[in-house]
Structure formats: structure tokens, C-alpha cells
Ligand binder design. Sequence first.
Ligand SMILES: *[C@@H]1O[C@H](CO)[C@@H](O)[C@H](O)[C@H]1NC(C)=O
Ligand SMILES: *[C@@H]1O[C@H](CO)[C@@H](O)[C@H](O)[C@H]1NC(C)=O
Ligand SMILES: *[C@@H]1O[C@H](CO)[C@@H](O)[C@H](O)[C@H]1NC(C)=O
Length: 230
Amino acid sequence: MVLLIILMLFWQTYDNYAGHTGKEAAKLALEYVSRIEQNPCTGGTEETLILTFNHTAWDKYTQPAILTSNFLTSVIMKNTGSLDSLTDEMFFSLVRNNVNSIKTVFGSCIAIEPGIYSKYSSFAPYSYRQSGFVLAHDIALSYMYQDNKTEWYYNLKIRNWENVTQTVFKTKYRKGKISLLEHEIVVPTATLEDGLWTKPYFDCGGGDIWMVTYSSPIFSLDIAGRPKFQ
Ligand SMILES: *[C@@H]1O[C@H](CO)[C@@H](O)[C@H](O)[C@H]1NC(C)=O
Ligand SMILES: *[C@@H]1O[C@H](CO)[C@@H](O)[C@H](O)[C@H]1NC(C)=O
Ligand SMILES: *[C@@H]1O[C@H](CO)[C@@H](O)[C@H](O)[C@H]1NC(C)=O
């Protein structure tokens, strides 16, 4: 699964707050934000904002998550159902690049299921901005993201993916100076609608900023050939 943390510009995103609309919702949302911001942070990300908001304005920022998860699915499909053809450095490079390339993206994380990268049973390279630098480390060392309480991971993991979009790729690989015969492969493909938005939350002690996350699934195939969350 690939996670993106997107910085929020409130006035563009809320739609409806606790049944209120328009300016009234804006006022309530901003009052809520201001109340949270005045209270001392205890760390963690417990403060969430209960409002339904219109994601459309943010859809364009989801691309790095979708591209990265579909890239990893392709690697799995071409490499006997595993990510072992990659190195730690490649995973870190992917998440750093997602953060570095788009200003509104505060953080990016690849979090995988046990077994798909045989080196580690849990692995979650995470990159984020801090004081003008792009930092990265493996949050799996201190954070059990595979726990069923982790909304951005678990809610996608338990979804039924049997009807996910399938893409047919036809590629002529190359050997030396010769083009090989066309090779066809069918790959499960995550789309915008397959991803998960979390509620906006205040990353207290972390970014100290309001954020929203979008996560996008990585797939392999199970023994019966059905798409399986990774
Ligand atoms: C959500 O916002 C987009 C523009 O950002 C707009 O076109 C669309 O109608 C809005 N949807 C709803 C349900 O308000
Ligand atoms: C989450 O995991 C705990 C501990 O393994 C278990 O007791 C609980 O029933 C699980 N909850 C759900 C919703 O699966
Ligand atoms: C997948 O598609 C089949 C056939 O249309 C349908 O019967 C099934 O309910 C779908 N499964 C899900 C999880 O949507």
C-alpha cells in the first residue's frame, strides 16, 4: 500500500461540517482548528476533524500514490509474485521522490504485507519534509502499521478486491539488437476510486499541521489468481 500525506488548505476542502454547509461550515471548521491549535500537543495524531469534504479539489494530488502502487504491482507481477527484485534503496528513493516532486505532498510511505519483500515481515519506508530537508526512515521499526487499528492500512486490506480493474500490457522486450516477440501480461490496477481518504487530522508533534492522507493499494495474485492486497 502506498500512502500520501497531503497538506490541507481548509477553505478549498470542506463541504459540510456536522450537517452545516457553506460559510457556517467554514466558521465551525476553523473554530475547531483554532481550538485544537491552542491546546498543547501531546504528540500523535489523535485529533481528527469530523467533516465530510469534497475530495475533488485534491484528486490531482493523489497521482504519486497511484503511480507508485501500480509500479510496485507491476514489479510483483513480473517477478514471481515478489518485490525481492528491488532493494531498500529503491523503496526509499520512490517515497523521497514523491515528497520532493510535489509541494503539497508533506509525506509519503510504502507499507507492505509480510512475505512480499522477504527481507522484512514489516517494512514501511516513509519520507517527509522537515526544516527544508527531505528526510526518510522506516517507520515499521517503531510503529505497527499492520495492526487492525491503522485505518489507512487496514481499511484497504480488508476490502474485497476481486473486481479491481485489470490492464492488459503488450510489450516487445529487447535482447541485444533484436526486438523480441510481443509479451502480454494482465495486471490488477489501482484507480483513483480504489484509494482511501482519511479524515483531516492534526499531526501534533509531527508536522504540527493539518493534513489529510490518501492511500492506494498494491496487488499480487493469490493461488487462485485473484487480486490480493499487499
Ligand atoms: C466538488 O468540487 C468540484 C470542483 O472542485 C465540483 O466540480 C463538484 O461539483 C463538487 N462536488 C460536490 C458534490 O459538491
Ligand atoms: C483487532 O486485533 C485484536 C488483537 O489481535 C483483536 O482482539 C480484535 O478483535 C481485532 N479487531 C478487529 C475489528 O478485527
Ligand atoms: C464482482 O463482480 C461479480 C460479477 O459481476 C459480482 O457478482 C460480485 O458481487 C462482485 N464483487 C464485488 C466485491 O463487488
